[in-house]
Design a protein around this ligand. Structure first.
Ligand SMILES: NC(=O)c1ccc[n+]([C@@H]2O[C@H](COP(=O)([O-])OP(=O)(O)OC[C@H]3O[C@@H](n4cnc5c(N)ncnc54)[C@H](O)[C@@H]3O)[C@@H](O)[C@H]2O)c1
Length: 388
């Protein structure tokens, strides 16, 4: 298949592009290199190769373009007529989106304008293209529920009489609706807005769209990025772009402490980068689903973990202390998280569970040690606050 990977220069996009290429697809990356040299640039701990060197090693083409530019997107879609577009090209840090008024507005403009420009280019130039978008589990909010959060849609009843003991509702109007969103940051809010656009574009033009609500990604290398030093993946560890488990692993190598916000009672969904890649391939391979004027939705997660338990587990393994800090975020101090997920079944692969693969923690730490000269202790602390 012909596949465009938007945001394919980034942490999730690069290993996904490689994996799809190695699976025999014709892959082209579209990226504006914002993380290397633009508004949201931060230095990767690993020495990532230039786009030219990555192309030399992988035979994956790079188009340096901004997905928010409508005419550029129309031209690219017209020229390539891709079977699949995988859309990773968004400002992806929740804390960065809460740093300042300008980072808030940039996040909304970049993510919302990018998604609508991609959608509209598909509508006009290539309406049979399957769009696969990376959303986030954070669209659902982090509320404790008795039943697992479904993959997107939920049966609900308006009105009627509900018996809380039997959980039976009599009467009322039955509706199948999108699970109510409850975004916790400007970044998460843009993912909710993206999804609303997918609902409209499928309802009106019956486009083929899959929205993947992904958990927090950990790890750094995949089978494909390990093949050659110039294929190495980027690794973010700074306070804004470093995701929680990866940041703990860097703090453990560099003497700590492991910084936990609040009580650490928050439970979050996680996925290893190798499974991100497997899940996106599963979404590509199963793209021939029946169209029903609604986007298809999957929860792209493997497991959930409590932050305090994770920090203590790493502390016990490494002897590095845990430091509980005031929580800069406005969120529930504690929550449980129960999530439905079927992508591993769809893709027929065995997902990587953290506790069965503790060696992968050491693998990340080896990558950190090998690149320790790039470590800057000044960037580890987050400057974002939800309370200002
Ligand atoms: N990393 C995670 O833990 C995680 C978790 C859930 C969801 N996601 C989602 O997955 C996607 C990829 O995340 P990532 O971790 O790889 O982020 P990343 O920042 O490493 O990669 C994003 C890439 O998109 C590019 N980009 C951004 N705006 C663009 C634009 N307007 N035009 C062209 N290119 C643009 C950037 O230059 C970068 O290369 C994001 O949409 C993110 O929301 C990531």
């Amino acid at each position: 298949m012909k596949i465009l990977v938007l945001g394919g220069d980034g942490f999730c996009g690069w290993p996904t592009a490689l994996h799809l290429k190695n699976a025999g697809h014709d892959v082209t990356i579209v990226d504006n290199l914002d993380r290397r040299e633009g508004k949201s640039q931060t230095k990767s701990l690993t020495n990532i190769a230039s786009p030219a060197a990555r192309t030399r090693q992988s035979a994956i083409g790079y188009l340096i373009a901004d997905v928010t530019r409508k005419y550029e997107m129309n031209h690219i879609l017209d020229e390539h007529s891709p079977d699949v577009v995988v859309h990773f090209a968004e400002q992806r840090s929740a804390p960065w989106s809460m740093l300042s008024s300008s980072s808030m507005l940039h996040t909304v403009q970049n993510n919302v304008m990018g998604t609508i420009a991609v959608l509209d280019a598909i509508r006009i130039k290539s309406p049979n293209t399957h769009l696969i978008h990376l959303g986030t589990m954070g669209v659902y909010g982090y509320n404790t529920t008795d039943d697992p959060i479904p993959e997107g849609y939920v049966e609900s009843t308006i009105g009627g009489t509900h018996d809380p003991d039997t959980k039976i509702t009599k009467g009322g109007t039955r509706l199948n609706i999108v699970y109510p969103p409850d975004p916790g940051s400007i970044y998460h809010m843009t993912k909710v807005m993206d999804h609303q656009m997918f609902q409209f574009y499928t309802k009106n033009w019956n486009l083929r769209i899959t929205d993947l609500h992904q958990g927090i990604v950990w790890g750094t290398q995949t089978e494909d990025t390990k093949e050659h030093p110039e294929l190495i993946n980027r690794f973010d560890y700074d306070g804004e772009f470093g995701t929680v488990l990866n940041r703990f692993l860097v703090q453990a190598v560099t003497g700590g402490p492991l910084t936990v916000y609040g009580t650490g009672g928050q439970t979050r969904a996680f996925i290893h980068i190798q499974d991100t890649v497997h899940c996106v391939k599963a979404a590509v391979d199963s793209g021939d689903f029946e169209l029903n004027r609604r986007p298809r939705i999957f929860n792209q997660v493997t497991e959930t973990h409590n932050i305090k338990t994770l920090a203590e587990m790493i502390s016990n393994r490494t002897g590095v202390k845990v430091d509980y800090q005031d929580n800069p975020r406005r969120e529930k101090a504690e929550n449980d998280l129960n999530v439905s997920t079927t992508l591993a079944e769809v893709g027929n692969f065995t997902p990587i569970r953290l506790m069965d693969n503790l060696g992968l923690l050491s693998e990340v730490q080896d990558v950190v040690r090998a690149n320790i000269d790039n470590f800057d202790p000044m960037v580890v602390k987050s400057n974002a606050s939800w309370h200002k």
